[in-house]
Design a protein around this ligand. Structure first.
Ligand SMILES: Cc1cc2nc3c(=O)[nH]c(=O)nc-3n(C[C@@H](O)[C@H](O)[C@H](O)COP(=O)(O)OP(=O)(O)OC[C@H]3O[C@@H](n4cnc5c(N)ncnc54)[C@H](O)[C@@H]3O)c2cc1C
Length: 290
């Protein structure tokens, strides 16, 4: 299938891209990796009148550490993050999630920020950003603003960007030394979109108790969401079997998943509970009893 006709712009800088967004507003779309936008246009689910292709904005392609935070520019490919030593060392949760994002061919083009902007509740990278308390840097001709994941992800395939705004950068705090991370998902097909998934990062105190828990679920609602009641349940506690069972039950009870052809709502909730138990069990061995 072919997309409807559109005007095409290829700016060389973020300033030019923002000027084009200011001019064309809701009639326009940013094109980054094209791995979601182009299929949607080919199926005519989306028919933007204007495409603003940011692939020539080379100064938006970076991954760098700034004061304990990893800054990822809008043109950083998922494949670059996947093979980055910085991501492996400082963001092991992202490194664990990345191989689940489609196949390598998608990741060679797809961008980290494009996946976040797309805001699919069953996508891996939004759940990683949410679990790591990412900051989203939003640019427009009016200036810059920053929001957290709870504000950025509004609902399925909807973010908080105004028509003249784009996501310029995502800032991910490096995972503290000694924290344990796990990413697990269940999909009906290898490399297919997930039925549900969990991204988790848990820190432990010297007494072996959980000092900080951050868990985010894919597929638990109409957007990626932190499992606040599960986090509250395990913080300050030792990760024993009874607590892990209770955390799984709480995750399943708190989830409000959509049902679709891949899984009904009750099954998705059960999968979320099971995945929470599994990620926490993976972390159990890390707890040093003193
Ligand atoms: C076969 C296949 C399998 C896939 N499997 C998975 C999977 O398992 N998990 C998964 O998460 N994804 C999957 N994807 C989608 C993933 O590959 C995309 O990379 C991602 O969803 C979008 O990133 P992109 O850079 O390609 O964005 P694009 O497709 O270019 O854009 C997606 C949307 O975000 C907007 N956008 C992009 N960048 C910005 C920006 N900087 N600022 C504002 N808006 C922006 C666009 O306007 C568009 O609305 C799959 C895709 C394919 C084709």
């Amino acid at each position: 299938m072919k997309p409807a006709a559109f005007d095409y712009h290829r700016p060389d800088s973020i300033e030019e891209a923002c000027a084009l967004l200011a001019e064309h507003g809701a009639d326009s779309r940013i094109l980054s990796g094209g791995q979601s936008l182009v299929p949607l246009m080919n199926m005519r689910i989306l028919s933007p009148a204007v495409l603003i292709d940011i692939n020539r904005c080379r100064d938006l392609a970076y991954l760098r550490e700034e004061g304990g935070v990893i800054a990822c520019g809008a043109l950083t490919r998922q494949g670059e993050a996947e093979t980055s030593d910085l991501v492996a060392a400082r963001l092991p949760l992202m490194a664990a999630a990345m191989p689940h994002v489609g196949v390598r061919a998608n990741r060679n083009f797809g961008t980290v920020c494009g996946s976040l902007a797309h805001a699919d509740p069953l996508a891996e990278l939004p759940s990683v950003a949410s679990a790591l308390d990412a900051t989203f840097v939003i640019a427009s001709s009016r200036g810059r603003r920053e929001v957290g994941a709870d504000e950025f992800f509004v609902s399925a395939l909807t973010n908080c960007l105004e028509p003249d705004e784009m996501l310029a950068e995502v800032r991910l705090p490096a995972i503290p030394e000694g924290a344990r991370c796990a990413f697990l998902e269940i999909a009906n097909r290898a490399h297919g979109f997930a039925v549900a998934g969990i991204a988790a990062c848990v820190e432990f105190g010297p007494d072996g108790r959980c000092s900080r828990a951050r868990l985010s679920a894919m597929g638990a609602g109409d957007t990626t969401a932190r499992l606040g009641s599960v986090e509250a349940l395990i913080e300050g506690q030792r990760l024993d079997d009874a607590l892990i069972r209770a955390a799984g039950a709480e995750a399943a009870a708190a989830a409000d998943p959509a049902g679709d052809v891949h899984a009904d709502s009750a099954y998705r909730a059960e999968v979320i509970g099971s995945l929470v138990r599994k990620v926490l069990r993976q972390m159990q061995g890390a707890v040093v009893e003193r």
